[in-house]
Design a protein around this ligand. Structure first.
Ligand code: PEP
Ligand code: MG
Length: 558
């Protein structure tokens, strides 16, 4: 993850994953310019027909896309189709064409009025206002004969170039067609980047200047070096091909338990956001789950989920891991993951507000229901459940959470270390709780005071920074002296070289998007515990992320 900038033919952003790809650009079509109020020269009936035809065409297109995507994406798109076909919306459009408006304006203004009304209702319905705007923009684009805004479909494999992607766009990408992703905005640990990593898409985000890449232009996207190269030479293309083949060989190597070259075990676990991802994780060799993000199950609920509803979802996940460790994080609501039933959307600075364990302790009944559901799911399955609290920043929170979890019948309770205060107090915290799992995404955000969602500070959002590594060293050392396990479950664990450094800093397990398991497994197998410690020492002795990377490369090739 090199600082943002550019030079002729080359753009620099932040690479997600270790992939490299090569292909023609397809740009994300921008939304059409908003229509203005103007009277039609056509008969009102003609305009009504134009509007109705465009709405049905867009609804049919969304339904077809949903069918192709399946799963969660299909649900999202079907909800959009239902909105587009809402009879009262059709009546509102018709009333406007009857007054002499053009179809473009009638649709735009009627949909806007509905969206405003939804926003006023707040909660789940309020969030649907953005979906309604998306449908309206698609209808207007159709009326004007323009391509639909959003992910294009040029009918051949392509590199998608966009200003940024909504998580719903990322979830919908057709991985047979999208060779790679380049965005102008976005940081390395935004949830869109996490989704891209989860899907194994080669991506460079925050690549300023990417807006100048032309439709059909030939580019290389090198996530490992964070570069985008326009119009590459034949030599550069051949080198990319060689690397693609080498990566394919690592990906198809036999699955073995994570270990260093000297046999030191480093269990490799999966980060999951829904039980549906479990099968793929097991296939890719996950030795358990190191982070189950439970809040992802309830992002669109406007009420707290019931114990039964939760126990069902957790049981489904745990059944995929008999005899294996599964670390479940209690709801981490707040900032970029608001849960209407837990968080207050009026906070000015939600990343520093009542989020994570703070929100749960403020509404303890929600936490207790979740612990009850988890204990029921554990009793019904063979998995070894570990439960942990997010965003712990004090010794008292660690103690209170641990006592509560044990009182609800859970055997192993621990905390996430993702706030500098808890890294610095890891020793007393680990004396009071069962384990620590370092969330390097938030730990980096808070150590560097750099919003993880903001492209303009992406170069500071770098877990290689020695300031972050020193905090991790504190936790590793505390784990050793308290004889308590320490894991990493932030995106840093998915960076193969950094994974070696983390082990050298005293981390015992690594948890990552399943797509990253093969490369991390391979890199660990190339180094001993002694050389991992030497790499960690070399990184700690530097003063910048770039210098830490260089020092580690040198230490590990000696
Ligand atoms: C982290 O902060 O590193 C982490 C794993 O949690 P999340 O990315 O869900 O905030
Ligand atoms: Mg976090």
């Amino acid at each position: 993850m090199t600082p943002a900038g550019s030079s002729a033919g080359m753009l620099i952003g932040t690479g997600i994953g270790q992939g490299v790809a090569h292909g023609p650009v397809a740009r994300m079509a921008p939304p059409p310019a908003a229509p203005v109020a103007e009277k039609s020269t056509l008969a009102p009936e003609k305009e009504r027909e134009r509007a109705a035809e465009a709405v049905s065409a867009v609804a049919a297109d969304l339904a077809a896309r949903g069918e192709k995507a399946g799963g969660e994406a299909q649900e999202v798109l079907e909800a959009q189709v239902m909105m587009a076909q809402d009879p009262s919306l059709a009546e509102a459009v018709e009333a406007k064409t009857a007054e002499g408006s053009r179809a473009e304006w009638a649709v735009h203004s009627a949909f806007e009025e509905f969206a405003e009304m939804l926003k006023g209702l707040g909660g789940y319905l309020g969030e649907r206002a953005a979906d309604l705007n998306d449908v309206s923009q698609r209808v207007v684009a159709h009326l004007r004969g323009l391509p639909a805004p959003g992910v294009p479909d040029p009918g051949r494999p392509f590199v998608l170039v966009a200003r940024d992607l909504a998580p719903a766009d990322t979830a919908l990408l057709d991985l047979d067609k999208v060779l790679a992703l380049v965005t102008v905005e976005g940081g390395p640990t935004s949830h869109t980047a996490i989704l891209a990593r989860g899907a194994g898409i080669t991506a460079v985000v925050g690549a300023r200047g990417a807006e100048t890449l032309a439709e059909g232009q030939d580019i290389i996207v090198d996530a490992a070096s964070s570069h985008v190269i326009a119009d590459p030479t034949a030599e550069q293309r051949a080198e990319v091909q060689r690397r693609i083949e080498q990566r394919a060989a690592v990906q198809s190597a036999p699955v073995t338990p994570g270990a260093l070259a000297d046999g030191t075990a480093v269990p490799l676990l999966a980060n999951l956001g829904s039980p549906e991802g479990a099968e793929n994780a097991v296939q890719l060799g996950a030795e358990g789950v190191g982070l189950f993000r439970t809040e992802f199950l309830f992002l669109s609920s406007d009420r707290a989920p019931s114990v039964d509803e939760q126990a069902k979802a957790y049981t489904q996940l745990l059944e995929a891991f008999p005899g294996k460790k599964v670390v479940v994080r209690v709801l981490d609501a707040g900032a970029d993951k608001p849960l209407p039933f837990l968080t207050n959307d009026e906070e000015e600075n939600p990343a520093l507000g009542l989020r994570g364990i703070r929100a749960l302790l403020a509404k303890q009944e929600v936490l207790e229901d979740q612990l009850t559901a988890l204990a029921q799911a554990e009793a019904a399955t063979e998995a070894d459940v570990w439960v942990m609290a997010p965003m712990v920043s004090t010794v008292e929170e660690a103690e209170q959470f641990t006592e509560l979890a044990l009182a609800h019948g859970l055997k192993t309770a621990g905390v996430m270390v993702e706030v500098p205060s808890s890294a610095l107090l890891a020793e007393p915290i680990l004396q009071r709780t069962g384990f620590a799992s370092i969330g390097t995404n938030d730990l980096t955000q808070y150590a560097m005071a750099a919003d993880r969602l903001l492209g303009s500070v992406a170069s500071l959002q770098d877990p290689w920074h020695p300031a972050v590594l020193r905090l991790i060293r504190e936790v590793g050392a505390a784990g050793r002296s308290a004889s308590k396990p320490v894991g990493v479950c932030g995106e840093a664990a998915a960076d193969p070289l950094l994974a070696v450094v983390l082990v050298g800093l005293g981390v015992n397990t690594l948890s990552m998007a399943p797509a990253a398991l093969a490369e991390v497994r391979y890199e660990l197998s190339q180094h001993t515990a002694d050389s991992a410690r030497a790499a960690a020492e070399a990184a700690l002795g530097t003063t910048s992320a770039a210098a830490a990377r260089a020092a580690v490369r040198e230490a590990l090739t000696q």
